[in-house]
Structures are given as structure tokens and as C-alpha cells.
Ligand binder design. Structure first.
Ligand SMILES: [Zn+2]
Length: 116
């Protein structure tokens, strides 16, 4: 195996590992289908909601709870009992913001836009 191949494989493994942690699919190519707000806990998809129906959803994990709110086509973490509150201050997701997931590292929670 050439050195360059090894580097490429390592890079792919790192990306795959990072995605496994986050859980969200990479937004490759053009989006088709309906946008949903997908919720991952510890890499597992636990829920997905359309953006056009307002709701509140408690993401209950073994590390704590996040309150996900969908309102006016925006999804955001309104409350969390994590230490750093990065998730609460991450802003909001919309039907076309698939690149920037909301992550709560202490709770291993990721919320992202996906297309079904
Ligand atoms: Zn958090």
C-alpha cells in the first residue's frame, strides 16, 4: 500500500468515526425529499419531526434532558440541564440548514436537518 493510500484511508476512518459520534448523515449532493428535524442520542436516531408543525419535545438522555422546540419552521434547544449550554446558544435549524447541527456534547445529543 502506498503512503498516500494510507493517509486517505486514515482520513476516511476519522470522518466515519466523527459521523458515527454525531449520527447525522452528510449532506452530500442535492437534497430531495421532505426536510425533517432529526434527533440523535449517542449516535442513535431517536426522533424526527417535520419543520412545519410546531411542537415541544423533551430529549431525555441518561446524562440529562434537552428541550427541543419547533416553532415557525425553526428548531432549537430552548432548555437544557447541561453544564455549558452550548446547545441552547447554538441558534436554530431550518429546513435548509443541514450543514450545521446543534450538538450537546455533555448529553451526546445531536439535532440536525435531514431529508427523507
Ligand atoms: Zn447542552
Amino acid at each position: 500500500m502506498k503512503k498516500r493510500d494510507i493517509i486517505a484511508l486514515t482520513a476516511m476512518a476519522v470522518v466515519a468515526a466523527a459521523l458515527a459520534v454525531v449520527g447525522c448523515a452528510l449532506p452530500i449532493g442535492h437534497h430531495t425529499g421532505r426536510a425533517v428535524c432529526a434527533v440523535y442520542v449517542d449516535g442513535k436516531r431517536v426522533a424526527a419531526f417535520p419543520f412545519d408543525a410546531d411542537r415541544e419535545y423533551e430529549i431525555i438522555t441518561e446524562n440529562g434532558t434537552n428541550l427541543l422546540v419547533i416553532s415557525d419552521g425553526k428548531a432549537y434547544i430552548a432548555e437544557s440541564d447541561c453544564k455549558n449550554l452550548v446547545c441552547v446558544h447554538s441558534g436554530y435549524l431550518t429546513a435548509d440548514s443541514s450543514i450545521k447541527p446543534i450538538v450537546c456534547k455533555p448529553h451526546k445529543v445531536t439535532v440536525c436537518t435531514e431529508y427523507e
